[in-house]
Design a protein around this ligand. Structure first.
Ligand SMILES: *Cc1c(COP(=O)(O)O)cnc(C)c1O
Length: 474
């Protein structure tokens, strides 16, 4: 499989190179040159497969030519293992739980860090290690986090032989559960850096480091943020998994997806283009609603950042939206480059009416504020006894308001476990004690490891190059 850039100028790459690439050299994002398409009979024949075997069938075309079948199978078996010593705590890996008539939550929070990002980052860590071992290379991963991504990336890379990982978080500005999920994982190759600044400072330092990698001498810097193609690819699988449980592909399914950077829902869009009958995709946002403004009124206009009770969806622009724009414009990279250049200058973007109408045939959207989020947590708890995290609650609210057809099963992606967001649960007035799952029960007693570093690029880069070889200088 070859991958091309959404801006049409960068060279096409194979899967291995895309895995390590991050942004394309023309500033675009990589997408498959030809999306695989499965027949209904083929998809139907996958009913009842264990998660890792379904994953193999769905993702195999994307890695073709780079990873032999037997190796890919083994990697997937490890990634989605359950039971004693496994990675996922539920034997179904991604179980469905019914909330209401013809309405389900797909629980994607049974992985090590209790959020859906584990599905992609557990695989990404293993794929990186596999490819790097084959090439005899080591890389440095640098990332900034305000919460979920950092812990999922660290968990995904903790056993990697060929990866050193540095995660920057704003000192004293992430929740205790989220901080401890990062700082209590030890390894010579794992480095938590608490920056004496805010999240934007962290992100700026990571960006500046990618723009100028000379400080690392000959070691390559790799990004694991949501634009990484392998993350999107891994997320396609659970759309198939959910649909097959609910009578697909003979029946169409609708999905409502708590959305920030448009990675997760874009995977659903790809699943549909690969042959899965998806009747509707609902973009559920919080007050940071640039995607809702696009879907409801063709106005993708940049606004300021609003802090919310669903912090993992607090974004100003959605980095993966460019991948949808590429398809909406007949995969014309020059047009996409022009649109995004003018967006960078003006902060505004609209598409031609017929292209927007095309998007609206599949997508609906809703923006949900904190008060409605809390009301939904309370309402669902009262009606069903299920406790939702604030991100998932936004998905439920949007599903209920935007649903087109009551006869089509509605699946809301359950993106995080409520124990990660105790403030929202408390504000919702749900008087249920939150308990950490067994594998994290002693989280608050565990020793932490973290280095506090001044809010200064040179200091951060010196730290990375000083510890980038299993704790030794590069
Ligand atoms: C990352 C995240 C999201 C948003 O996913 P995108 O792929 O960025 O749209 C939603 N909910 C939770 C809990 C997350 O961690």
């Amino acid at each position: 499989m070859r991958y091309i850039s959404t801006r049409g100028q960068a060279p096409a790459l194979n899967f291995e190179d895309v895995l390590l690439a991050g942004l394309a050299s023309d500033g675009g994002l990589y997408v498959p040159e030809n999306l695989p398409r499965f027949t209904q009979e083929e998809i139907a024949s996958w009913a009842g497969l264990p998660y890792h075997e379904l994953a193999f069938r769905v993702m195999r075309p994307f890695v073709a030519g780079s990873i032999p079948d037997a190796d890919f199978k083994r990697i997937l078996e490890e990634t989605y293992a359950t039971g004693e010593g496994g990675v996922f705590a539920h034997s179904a890996v991604a179980p469905l739980r019914q909330l209401d008539a013809n309405e389900w939550v797909l629980e994607l929070f049974h992985g090590p860090t209790l959020a859906f990002k584990d599905f992609a980052l557990q695989l990404l860590g293993r794929l990186l290690d596999y490819v790097l071992a084959k090439r005899g290379e080591r890389v440095v991963i640098m990332g900034a986090t305000s919460g979920d991504t950092g812990s999922a990336a660290i968990e995904g890379c903790r056993r990697c032989e060929n990866v050193d990982i540095f995660i920057l978080h704003p000192h004293n500005r992430v929740s205790e559960v989220q901080r401890r999920q990062m700082t209590t994982i030890f390894g010579e190759n794992i480095h938590n850096i608490a920056i004496e600044g805010n999240f934007d400072d962290c992100q700026e330092m990571v960006k500046a480091s990618f723009a100028d990698q000379a400080f690392l001498k000959s070691t390559r810097l790799v990004a694991v943020n949501s634009i990484n193609w392998a993350r999107i690819m891994a997320q396609i699988v659970y759309y198939f998994h959910a649909a097959l449980q609910l009578g697909g592909p003979a029946r169409s399914i609708a999905f409502s997806v708590p959305t920030g950077n448009f990675g997760d829902i874009f995977a659903g869009y790809l699943a549909r283009n690969m042959g899965l009958p998806i009747a509707q995709l609902i973009v559920a946002t919080n007050r940071n609603d640039i995607l809702h403004r696009f879907m409801s009124g063709n106005r993708y206009d940049k606004d300021t950042l609003h802090a919310s009770l669903s912090p993992s969806m607090d974004i100003m622009v959605s980095s993966n939206f460019e991948r949808l724009l590429f398809d909406l414009h007949g995969r014309n990279g020059a047009v996409v480059a022009e649109l995004l250049n003018s967006f960078r200058a003006s902060g505004k973007l609209a598409v031609e009416e017929d292209r927007w109408t095309e998007a609206r045939r599949l997508f609906d959207s809703l923006a949900v504020d904190d008060a409605q989020t809390c009301a939904t947590i309370a309402e669902v708890f009262k009606a069903s006894g299920e406790l939702l995290d604030p991100h998932t609650a936004i998905g439920v609210r949007a599903a209920r308001e935007c649903r087109r057809n009551l006869a089509t099963p509605m699946v809301i992606l359950g993106t995080a476990h409520p124990v990660k967001f105790p403030d929202a649960v408390k504000q919702a007035g749900v008087g249920k004690a939150l308990e950490l799952p067994a594998h994290l029960a002693d989280l608050f007693e565990r020793e932490e490891r973290c280095s506090v570093v001044p809010n200064d690029l040179a200091a951060v880069q010196a730290f990375v190059s000083g510890h980038g070889n299993r704790g030794k200088p590069l």
